[in-house]
Design a protein around this ligand. Structure first.
Ligand code: CTP
Length: 438
């Protein structure tokens, strides 16, 4: 029997009755997944970021970046150039990061060695905003203040988020410096094109804090899906009965969106065909919004040939009204029947293509999870299927899954959906590579 987790909220494990009790091998597999999950769960492996802020208007966005990183479990130490302190105060950043801000190369508390000490403690240095001047310093190995010295003395990855006026960005000197930094292995986040503080419009706007946070988190993920085209569905579908009413379900899209985000972080090119949800698309993911099952099927079919992997996470309506009313149906005392006809099974049809991508299905069941999930995997001929109990999964921020594949079953105990998505994708990546080698 699977061992219950210490932090499990349930008195009895809800999946326990669904798993054969005689399978000792199952407990071993579950333990193996637990080890992977612990490694993946950010709380148990906090990353330390040294955030360097240089003197640009975009410095105000650094405050939000500190907040977002701290929220995701990162320990952030801020270091600022003197110019940066003209744009945003160290007090603000100290309050948000919970640590005194480094501004002085000759800080007595650090024994005059702040540049070495802080660099040693960091898992990555992020410069946001990085001005044209600071990029030039980095490219040429200058070390004439605390932050540039920290960068030169580092033994960890360096990420920079350029922010400057369009002309400065386009200047050949800046482009030369960026090319040199890229050649030196520095990761360059952005910039974006848009309205700039100087009133001009063009390249040079620093990425938003959410985009930077996503880039930093992605930096730490193993690139298990680099070069892979991943197509997926998420969310519910909506099947109109008349002009104002329809059939849908309670899927929030959260699991699918977490998978899209995790896959992007692992290096995949992700196309997310999404039913109507109240979520923003993860950074770097191409979202194709659809409403009905037929629209979803069409969007998927048109992209399937280019996909290496297809994951069906959407809760697709199995039926749609045969003849939806264009106008609102008026109420009367007579009973009303709505004739329903079946929708195509998107996952089954993609899995049966001659050159089918590696297909992964989801099964949301309200009972007999083990039996129904196995049957679904067989019927749709899927190498991998993730099953969950609909009652505990729909709309929730966390979930628990059982993965079914040719080797058997693997329990992923309750965790937030992004953690589950990372474990699921790490497993999928292993099976996918194994399949390609076979
Ligand atoms: N699926 C699909 N197209 C459909 C129905 C389901 O692509 N018309 C996919 C889902 O995205 C999921 C898997 O098939 O990956 C299983 O979906 P689920 O709703 O659990 O099962 P169904 O196949 O619809 O069967 P049932 O409703 O009888 O449980």
């Amino acid at each position: 029997m699977l061992r219950r987790q210490k932090n499990c909220r349930h008195e009895t494990h809800p999946l326990e009755n669904e798993v054969p009790r005689e399978g000792h091998y199952l407990a071993a597999l579950a333990q193996c997944f637990l080890v992977n999950m612990r490694a993946i769960m950010k709380q148990e492996n906090p990353k330390r970021i040294l955030l360097g802020i240089t003197g640009g208007i975009a410095a105000y966005k650094a405050a939000e970046l500190v907040r977002l990183l701290a929220k995701q479990g990162y320990a952030v130490q801020v270091a600022m150039t003197q110019a940066a302190t003209q744009f945003i105060t160290p007090t603000t950043l100290q309050a948000l990061s919970g640590h005194p801000v480094l501004t002085d190369q000759w800080d007595a508390a650090a024994n005059g060695m702040a540049h070495i000490e802080s660099g040693r403690a960091a898992d990555a240095i992020v410069i946001a905003p990085a001005t044209a001047d600071f990029l030039a310093k980095l490219a040429h190995g200058l070390a004439d203040d605390l932050l540039s010295t920290l960068c030169l003395a580092r033994d960890c990855p360096l990420l920079v988020a350029p922010a400057m006026n369009t002309q400065m960005w386009a200047n050949p000197a800046t482009q030369r410096n960026l090319a040199q930094l890229a050649a030196d292995g520095v990761s360059i986040l952005g910039p974006a094109s848009g309205e700039l503080a100087c009133g001009e419009t063009g390249m040079g706007r620093m990425l938003e804090a959410t985009e930077l946070a996503a880039g930093i988190v992605a930096h730490f993920q193993p690139k298990l899906l680099a070069g892979v085209n991943l197509l997926m569905t998420a969310g519910p579908t909506y099947e109109a009965i008349d002009a104002v009413r329809g059939i849908t379900n309670r899927s929030s899209g959260k699991m699918g969106y977490a998978i899209a985000q995790a896959a992007r972080e692992m290096g995949a090119t992700v196309t997310l065909v999404s039913g109507p949800v109240a979520l923003t698309a993860p950074v770097g993911v191409e979202r194709i919004p659809v409403e009905t099952a037929l629209e979803m099927a069409d969007a998927v079919n048109r992209r399937a040939a280019r996909a290496d992997i297809f994951i069906g996470v959407a809760a697709v309506a199995d039926y749609r009204p045969a003849t939806p009313n264009e106008q609102k149906i008026k109420k009367s005392d007579a009973p009303l029947s709505v004739a329903l006809i079946p929708n195509p099974d998107i996952l089954a049809s993609i899995a049966s293509l001659p050159n089918a991508p590696f297909c992964v299905g989801f099964a949301a069941e309200s009972e007999k999870l083990h039996e129904y999930a196995q049957a679904k995997r067989r019927a749709k001929r899927l190498p991998l299927l993730a099953a969950n109990l609909a009652q505990t999964a729909i709309g929730a921020d966390d979930n628990e899954l059982i993965l079914f594949d040719d080797d058997g079953e693997h329990l992923l105990p309750r965790a937030d959906k992004l953690t589950l998505a990372r474990v699921l994708l790490a497993h999928l990546a292993r099976l996918y590579r194994k399949g390609r080698l076979a």
